[in-house]
Write a protein that binds this ligand. Structure first.
Ligand SMILES: Cc1cc2nc3c(=O)[nH]c(=O)nc-3n(C[C@H](O)[C@H](O)[C@H](O)COP(=O)(O)O)c2cc1C
Length: 216
């Protein structure tokens, strides 16, 4: 099938667009405003962009109540700092609950009973229940156009300045994804959890010259 995004004429009962870029990692973002109010929200338009120096990004649409900037974006604009917390199988319920709290005054971290832990280089707290936390300094906010205010997205790009990794997820010197059990977004209401991992060596120059199917 083929459809034009401008027409949205896919003919399916549900829009397939987000189901076709999967799995999307979930950036569970802590931020703090100038008054010290804390915010925590998940974003699946999230990824790592580079590693030396390391940059991460998340992209937020309009707020459910007034279509203005979401709290995460407004807070980060004010103070220039945020924390990426990894969403995992164990934290899945709390992660989902933090997305539903749209009251701007509420500290979602406290509201869902998570534990704030201090960061070393930035002021927003990290989520202690998350096995990985990246301390980030705002680099740039890019605004993507949208037909409605709700559709306008703020892409927040931050430089990773500090990395917390729970010692117990490091096995034989490597971060073990099967111990972390990160969750990620698929389309619709679906998620995926990392439980099996496979390793693949880089192709040798000889293998690259001869496509794999040619040898069969
Ligand atoms: C798994 C998951 C992924 C989400 N991803 C995004 C996203 O990428 N962009 C976005 O604008 N909202 C996303 N949301 C919705 C936000 O988390 C929600 O609007 C939240 O209330 C925003 O909080 P804030 O206004 O406190 O920043 C997601 C929700 C869930 C549960």
């Amino acid at each position: 099938m083929f459809y034009e995004t401008a027409r949205n004429d896919h003919g399916l009962p549900f829009n397939p667009l987000k189901a076709c870029v999967v799995p999307r990692p979930i950036g569970w973002i802590t931020s703090m405003n100038a008054k010290g109010r804390i915010n925590l929200a998940p974003f699946s338009f999230f990824n790592m962009l580079s590693y030396n120096p390391a940059f991460v990004m998340f992209s937020a649409g309009g707020h459910a109540v007034d279509e203005e900037k979401k709290d995460s974006v407004a807070f980060i604009e004010e103070t220039g700092e945020f924390v990426y917390n990894m969403a995992t199988w164990d934290t899945r319920r709390a992660m989902s609950e933090t997305s539903l709290i749209i009251d701007r005054e509420t500290d979602e971290l406290a509201a869902v009973g998570l534990t704030p832990a201090p960061c070393r280089l930035v002021k927003p707290p990290r989520v202690l229940e998350s096995p990985v936390n990246y301390e980030c300094k705002l680099h740039q906010i890019v605004i993507l156009p949208g037909k409605t205010k709700h559709d306008i997205h703020h892409v927040v790009i931050g430089e990773v300045v500090g990395v917390h990794i729970r010692d117990s997820v490091i096995v034989n010197g490597k971060v073990d994804a099967t111990v972390l059990k990160p969750i990620a977004r698929l389309g619709y209401k679906d998620y995926v959890v990392v439980e099996t991992v496979f390793e693949m060596e880089k192709a040798t120059p000889e293998e690259r010259i001869k496509p794999a199917h040619a040898a069969e």
